[in-house]
Design a protein around this ligand. Sequence first.
Ligand code: SF4
Length: 294
Amino acid sequence: MKAVDGVSFTVERGQIHALVGESGCGKSTVLRAILRLVDVYSGRIVFDNVDITNRGESDLKWYRRRVQAVFQNPQGSLNPRMRVFDIIAEPLRLHLKIPREEVLSRVHELTKLVGLPESILDQSPQSLSGGQAQRVAIARAISIKPDLLLLDEPTSALDVSTQAQILNLLLDLKEKLNLSYVLVTHDISVARYMADTIGVMYLGKIVEKSSADTVLSEPLHPYTKLLISSALLLEEKSLESTLKPIGEPPSAINPPPGCRFHPRCPYATEKCKREEPPLVTTGKEHFVACWLYV
Ligand code: SF4
């Protein structure tokens, strides 16, 4: 099974690239590949002009320091047996091996930077709210001054007002620390708020990619239009009403032949059922994989 196939994108320094799609579309697998937690059978992962695709673990220490991740479930990603102080301090001790006093001042500095009170440092992660726990996870991720943060649905487990606070914190930190993000989200409105560029994924493939403005204002692929209309960003009632109410998307283990979106697409033709459309440019660095544009 190919969980992800032919996915290609570039993230410039200081930019946010969002991968958008329903759960099971392979976007989290892309993050795990960038983290080198799953094998990549073809293609390359290049960081700062260095190909890290096949490097051994001992050759990746510098990379592990410069690329950090924040996950969906903040409470689940923090060790329940550790105090918040030690959770934030651990990467500093592990990667930077700095003196104890410096660890102390850096943890206090980070706590302030992510908007947490210092009183929280003696607590365990279970006593924190979801938003506080995600701030701790972010403090931990930025503690060793990475260049790239991988954000895997960082707000989907939080309530709406906390989501906005965390997204604003991430935008603020990006500016202050000159970070770059790869943001994985099922929610196109989160991508709209955050991203400079967007790749829309469906069953392991990129079906559309361009600048965020272009994807959101001139969506081409019927699936992108569905995502936008279901987020009420676009009046596409006719499309919405013609999309087949099939519930869950088809399985990525055994994807449909031809265009993978054809069982849900109101424009599907016989050719769509047989032949897979290539990802082609329509100009302005706007790419789409759909026979309507070839
Ligand atoms: Fe729909 Fe065909 Fe385009 Fe696929 S290739 S999105 S089935 S029109």
